[in-house]
Design a protein around this ligand. Structure first.
Ligand code: GLU
Length: 465
């Protein structure tokens, strides 16, 4: 049997990080088993649909590196098929038309509440002769659910879960206006799409019993189920905007790398030995639903930032340079052109050592695109005493004729410091202040090499001229 999984978001907003993890597990499970992973947009509730949400979901999945294997399926476009299956169930004697008005159903619920019973359909039309149907009233289709026994689901994550059939009433599968209900549509779609494994949030666990009853009534093979725990914040409440970024694209905008977010989401609720840093390629070789935990996962923004730093250091310098340039283009701090791009590329190995996010990285690269006079942090300004300014001017002269690369710059600076009976840091610290406007940066001779001779001398002249 070839594995087919699906991610089935409703386009009611941006893609939440919890949904992204569900998508990731589906993607990984399909990859692990050489199967397919599909996307179905559950767009039957047009009132709650948010414009642009579908595009956002698709963009988010693409950004994370887990785009679906085929074009997305629209649930709304399949309503005829949902209705057809509902009617087929009636023809098979597994469902029936019911003709209660909304008011009658409301009265039924109120009666149940008054008598302290759960609000279930009382089965009136299950027994009645369809010939007694009121004329001109369309009727809704209800599933003739089993009344005895249990519905049992073997879940990959939750284990065996069961419910007494007496607890479940005959749910509507097709409304009297011809629209399918959500629980019915999901089953028909999953069946028709050939889904073998349904991996989704455990908030859907209770839906599974009713969905299984539809599979059973149609004589369809049920898929395997895996209900994964939801993601909570550190305080134990369901993760929401209150805790920080929650949409995938917010994480992107805040400067996280997709591989770091994917790695973090993977580890959140799934474990394999003590592996923390793991790429998607490697994960497809070892991902297993049996290793998904049952406890709600707690989202830790600090841990994600730490992991992001690790992935930044592993990332290709050209790619990071491109990403930093894109971000710098949105700031208006200086000219972003070929020359500044080359400076950033040259210093990238040093810059990325110190950053946790692309935002940090961009901030630390910004001095490379600025023009003199540089904005100075107060501490940097403090290092540029009148003596230090003179020393820098002399240092610049001492560099005359040397090769413009870090080792030669350092050797010449050391020799000059010795000649002046100074320590290297007495020159290096004001030099850093002059070149960067800051007291922290990658090694200062790397900085000078990245800026190039002319720009370095210009920055020194700007503070000592
Ligand atoms: N559309 C549902 C949701 O967004 C998912 C349903 C399912 O996976 O079966 O929560």
């Amino acid at each position: 049997m070839s594995v087919v999984t699906r991610f089935a978001p409703s386009p009611t907003g941006f893609l939440h990080i919890g949904g992204a993890r569900t998508a990731l597990y589906n993607w990984l499970f399909a990859r692990r088993h050489g199967g397919r992973y599909l996307l179905r947009i559950e767009d039957t509730d047009t009132a709650r649909e948010v414009p642009g949400a579908v595009e956002q979901i698709i963009d988010s999945l693409a950004w994370l590196g887990i785009p679906p294997d085929e074009a997305p399926v629209s649930q709304r476009a399949r309503q005829q098929r949902h209705a057809e299956v509902a009617r087929q169930l009636v023809a098979m004697g597994r469902a029936y038309y019911a003709y209660e008005t909304p008011e009658a159903l409301q009265a039924m619920r109120e009666r149940a509440a008054a008598e302290g019973r759960p609000p279930r359909y009382d089965g009136t039309w299950r027994e009645r002769d369809p010939a007694e149907a009121p004329p001109g009233v369309p009727g809704a289709i209800r599933l003739k659910a089993p009344r005895e026994g249990e519905t049992v689901v073997d879940d990959f994550v939750q284990g065996t879960v069961r419910v007494a059939n007496a607890e479940l009433d005959d749910m509507i599968i097709l409304r009297s206006d011809g629209r399918p209900t959500y629980l019915h549509a999901v089953v028909v779609d999953d069946h028709d799409m050939g889904i073998t494994h349904v991996i989704r949030g455990d908030d859907h666990l209770t839906n599974t019993f009713r969905q299984c009853q539809v599979y059973d009534a149609m004589g369809w093979t049920r898929p395997a189920f895996a209900h994964i725990p939801l993601i909570h914040g550190q305080d134990g409440a369901k993760l929401s905007k209150r805790h920080g970024a929650v949409s995938v694209l917010d994480f992107r905008d805040q400067g996280y790398l997709p591989e770091a977010v994917a790695n973090y989401l993977l580890r959140l609720g799934w474990g394999h030995g003590d592996i923390e840093v793991i790429g998607l390629d490697e994960a497809t070789r070892i991902f297993d639903l049996a290793d998904v935990g049952r406890a709600a996962a707690r989202f830790d923004y600090q841990k994600l930032a730490h992991l992001n730093g690790i992935w930044l250091r592993r990332a290709d310098d050209d790619r990071l340079t491109r990403l930093v340039l894109e971000r710098l283009a949105h700031r208006t701090e200086g000219a972003v052109g070929a020359i500044t791009a080359a400076r950033i590329a040259k210093l990238m190995p040093g810059l990325k050592e110190r950053a946790r996010t692309l935002e940090d990285l961009t901030g630390s690269a910004a001095f490379l695109v600025r023009t003199v006079p540089l904005p100075m942090e107060p501490k940097a300004e403090g290092l540029l005493t009148p003596e230090a300014r003179i020393a820098l001017r002399e240092l610049a002269s001492a560099w005359n004729g040397i090769a413009w690369e870090p080792d030669a710059l350092e050797a010449a600076t050391r020799a000059h410091a010795e000649a002046k009976v100074l320590k290297l840091k007495d020159l290096a610290m004001p030099l850093r202040a002059a070149l960067t406007g800051s007291t922290t940066s990658p090694p200062v001779f790397d900085v000078a090499a990245a800026l190039g001779r002319d720009e370095t001398l210009r920055r020194i002249a700007a503070v000592s001229g």
